[in-house]
Design a protein around this ligand. Sequence first.
Ligand code: HEC
Length: 205
Amino acid sequence: MQQKRFALLAFFVGAIAISIALSYLISPQASYVFSSGHRQDSSALAVVSPVEFPENYRQQFMHYATVDCPNSRIVRQMYVNRDGLEAIATTETIPSGTAIVMETYSANQNGEGRLTSTHLNNIFIREKRTDWNTDPDRDPDRGEWQSAWYSPSGTLVSTQQSSCVSCHTMVRDRDFTFTRPALITAAKTGQLQRQSTEFGTSVCR
Ligand code: HEC
């Protein structure tokens, strides 16, 4: 009898421990984003984004820009998928289906002010699709873009759109893409563009 009770108690303690562990596994920032743009907090384990993590982007995408942020010692590396490169080069517009990956690195600065990357912190992705803008209630500040924030290992950190949109809407006239000029030059020349940020220190992290 005593033994049975002990087994029952151990079972309950174990169940509580597992549920606490699971609740920590679910990221507090994780959320579902529906095409209507409404957010709901996630209550399930699988958090999804329509913007997928492209596993081999370093091999398969074009590395089109390196943007230094000397004042905050951050270096950003930008990659674009190859499907739309020809259209970007010839028409100077970013076609539906374009995905841009941006890595942000901490960096050291040498005596001449040159930055050397030390640590990869975040992977930010933005993808453009015409059929993401068919909902009449959709926020016009988003354009046809969806954003996702991944960790360096490719785990989804956040699907929240509003923080990304609040900045990227500043460059609405560049199709919401800060480095659009560098992207067009790189698509035309095949050359990686290296530049310092045009947008001050507060936007670099
Ligand atoms: C505080 C402003 C700010 C916020 C918030 C922000 N970005 Fe950006 N983002 C920038 C700037 C500025 C650049 C261009 C790099 C530079 O000049 O430093 C950029 C560049 C990018 C690029 C490369 C393409 C481009 O537009 O040049 C991607 C991809 C990107 N951001 C994704 C995201 C995602 C995803 C989020 C939200 C998780 C986000 N950004 C939030 C300011 C911001």
